[in-house]
Design a protein around this ligand. Structure first.
Ligand SMILES: [Zn+2]
Ligand SMILES: [Zn+2]
Length: 309
């Protein structure tokens, strides 16, 4: 699983930082979280695989998180795409996209855009397949905003083949039955229970995306034991009051969320443009004082989440 930071600036882009968007790639399937202006250029640079790209998750309707949708969808439409694109996001996202695609007259679409509008209080599962699910919870911002958690289902425990050999479990359906959690009876009458040979189930990997938001409990709940938490860190301690007024987080708060949630890695992003050069180092110091080893996002930064051992 790989996380690619596409845009890492808040509100306005800079020469080095584009507007909010993160790509997640898993088993060849790719997902987009937010789509600020300039996202499609970053996707090209990142060599984003479009072959199995079906879902975009939008956090909220501020322009710096959605103004890239028109260009991206138009480009997809000029290509060969025939399969649908699902856009999940707060109520209003459908009206916004339909407006762009309908101006000045309706775009002839080669594929279907399927809208999944979520109530601002939505708290539950947005998408579920055999292998993973995506959960959302409301965050705290000046517009209704949702945080997302992409999590793989738990994997079965490891099968102890050496022990199975020692117990004389034959190769074949018996081992499969044990791995599925069923007891088996051997030819000599001995009953073997799965817990003798199969370890505890292993939690799948989790990626969490929380922006824009003030410090809040839902972010901590979403990020519980996450492999990677991407959390906004718009301001430093110097502008903590502004962070509160504008319902954003300081980097210290982002790091506190990660610590409380037990997240393994934190990527701080959505930096105010005033933090450039030495001031960015100041931000890092504040974040690191709470969550040592945290990562300051850069556009096109790639972070791999290794397979579950
Ligand atoms: Zn924003
Ligand atoms: Zn916002």
């Amino acid at each position: 699983m790989e996380v690619i930071m596409l845009g890492t600036s808040s509100a306005v882009p800079t020469a080095r930082r584009g507007l909010s968007s993160v790509a997640l790639i898993r088993e060849g399937e790719s997902f987009l979280f937010d789509c600020g202006e300039g996202t499609q250029m970053r996707l090209i640079k990142a060599e984003f695989p479009r072959r199995k790209f079906h879902h975009i998750f939008i956090t909220h309707l501020h322009g710096d998180h959605i103004f890239g949708l028109g260009g991206l969808i138009s480009t997809l439409n000029l290509g060969e795409r025939e399969y649908p694109l699902h856009i999940h996001g707060p109520i209003g996202i459908e009206r916004f996209v339909r407006f762009i695609l309908g101006f000045p007259r309706p775009t002839r679409m080669g594929f279907e855009v399927i809208y999944d509008e979520l109530d601002p209080r939505f708290d539950g599962t947005v998408l579920e397949t055999d292998e993973y699910r995506v959960l959302a919870k409301p965050l705290v911002h000046t517009l209704p905003a949702l945080g997302y958690r992409f999590e793989e289902h738990d994997l079965p425990g490891r099968f102890d083949a050496t022990r199975a050999d020692a117990l004389g479990v034959p190769f074949g359906p018996e081992r499969g039955a044990l791995q599925r959690g069923n007891s088996i009876t051997l030819a000599d009458g001995r009953v073997i229970h799965p817990d003798a040979l199969v370890g505890p189930s292993r939690p799948g990997r989790a990626f969490v995306y929380c922006t824009d938001t003030a410090y809040c409990d839902n972010a901590i709940a979403l990020a519980h034991n996450a492999d990677v938490l991407v959390h906004e860190a718009t301001y430093g301690d110097d502008l903590a009051e502004m962070a509160r007024d504008r319902r954003h987080s300081t980097i210290r708060e982002a790091a506190t969320v990660a610590v409380r949630a037990g997240a393994k890695r934190l990527i701080a992003t959505h930096f105010s443009t005033r933090y450039d050069g030495p001031l960015m180092e100041q931000l890092r110091t504040e974040g690191e004082s709470v969550f040592p080893g945290m990562i300051m996002a850069k556009d096109l930064l790639r972070i791999t989440i290794p397979p579950v051992p």
